[in-house]
Design a protein. Structure first.
Length: 86
């Protein structure tokens, strides 16, 4: 795993990172989140995976990840999940 793009967005208090993963199978959003947080030494509560793309047969996956400064910044910016009606 390596970062190909790493920019700072001061307005939203986050880092916007693009990373390339080499894997034989799709790592999934959870796998990408764990790998990035382990590499950076941060909590999974302040990270969000925006997209994960792969080209068929290449074994290379490109992920866009947002790393926030704190949990409050993430909660203010990220969309809320809708609750299911009962």
């Amino acid at each position: 795993m390596e970062f190909t793009k790493d920019t700072r967005n001061d307005l939203l208090k986050r880092r916007e990172v693009t990373s390339v993963f080499d894997s034989s199978a799709n790592p999934g959003y959870g796998g990408v989140l764990r790998e990035v947080c382990k590499k950076e030494g941060i909590s999974e509560d302040i990270c969000s995976v925006k997209s994960l793309h792969g080209n068929y047969g290449s074994g290379e996956f490109i992920a866009e990840i947002f790393i926030y400064d704190d949990v409050d910044s993430k909660n203010k910016t990220e969309p809320k999940k809708k609750e299911k009606k009962k």
